[in-house]
Design a protein around this ligand. Structure first.
Ligand SMILES: C[S@@+](CC[C@H](N)C(=O)[O-])C[C@H]1O[C@@H](n2cnc3c(N)ncnc32)[C@H](O)[C@@H]1O
Length: 180
C-alpha cells in the first residue's frame, strides 16, 4: 500500500509522503515496552503496527485509522487486532478501563491536521491519560519541539532521534504526573 496515493486524496490527514521507516517503527515499538494494551492511532499502512506486533506479540493491539481503505488493509494484515475506522478522539473517549498501562502509539499528523480535529484529539489524549494513571503516549514528530502543547500536570520527554527516516523524526513520550 502506497501512502503517497492517500496523501494526494487527504493531505492534511495523511501528513507524510512515505510510510515510517523500520528504524522509526522500531523506536516507537521500543517506547511501548511495559504496555498491558497498545492502541495505535493513525496506523496508516501498518509500518509501525508491524514493529509493534513483532516486539510485543502477547499484548492486545487496537488499531485506529480514519481512512477506510487503509483500515481494511490493516484488518487483513493484522487479523488478531481490533480495528476501528473512526476518529482517534471518538475511540479514546469510549475506551473501557483496563488493568495495567495502556500505551497510545500515535502517528497522527498533529502539525497538519484540521484545527478542530487537532484540538479534539489532543484533549481526548490528555483526558485518557488522566483517566488511566500509569499510561502514556508515544508520538513522533518531524519538528524540533514537542508534538503538541501539553498542559500543567503533563510531561513531554524526547526519547530518541531517528535520522534513518524521511525526514528524520523525534520520538517523544507524554505522561500525566501524579499531583504532589
Ligand atoms: C503519517 S500517516 C501514517 C503513518 C504510519 N505510521 C505509516 O507508516 O503508514 C497518519 C495516519 O493518520 C490517519 N489519521 C489522520 N487523522 C486521524 C484521526 N483523527 N483519527 C484516526 N486516524 C487519523 C491518516 O489517515 C493517516 O493514515
Amino acid at each position: 500500500m502506497i501512502l503517497f496515493s492517500h496523501l494526494l486524496k487527504a493531505p492534511a490527514l495523511t501528513g507524510a509522503v512515505v510510510p515510517s521507516s523500520q528504524f522509526l517503527a522500531r523506536a516507537m515499538a521500543d517506547a511501548a515496552q511495559g504496555a498491558a494494551r497498545i492502541v495505535e492511532l493513525g496506523a496508516g499502512t501498518g509500518a509501525v503496527t508491524r514493529a509493534l506486533a513483532r516486539r510485543h506479540p502477547g499484548v492486545p493491539l487496537t488499531l485506529v485509522e480514519l481512512q477506510p481503505a487503509l483500515a481494511r488493509q490493516l484488518a487483513r494484515s493484522f487479523p488478531r487486532s481490533d480495528v476501528h475506522v473512526a476518529p482517534a478522539a471518538d475511540v479514546l473517549d469510549r475506551m473501557p478501563d483496563e488493568d495495567g498501562p495502556v500505551v497510545l502509539v500515535s502517528s497522527l499528523p498533529f502539525r497538519s491536521m484540521p484545527t478542530l480535529a487537532r484540538v479534539q484529539t489532543r484533549n481526548s489524549i490528555l483526558q485518557f491519560l488522566r483517566r488511566h494513571p500509569g499510561s502514556w503516549l508515544v508520538q513522533y514528530t518531524y519538528q524540533p519541539r514537542a508534538p503538541f502543547d501539553g498542559e500543567p500536570g503533563f510531561v513531554w520527554r524526547r526519547r530518541r532521534t531517528v535520522v534513518a527516516n524521511i525526514p528524520p523524526a523525534g520520538v517523544w513520550t507524554l505522561r500525566a504526573v501524579a499531583p504532589a
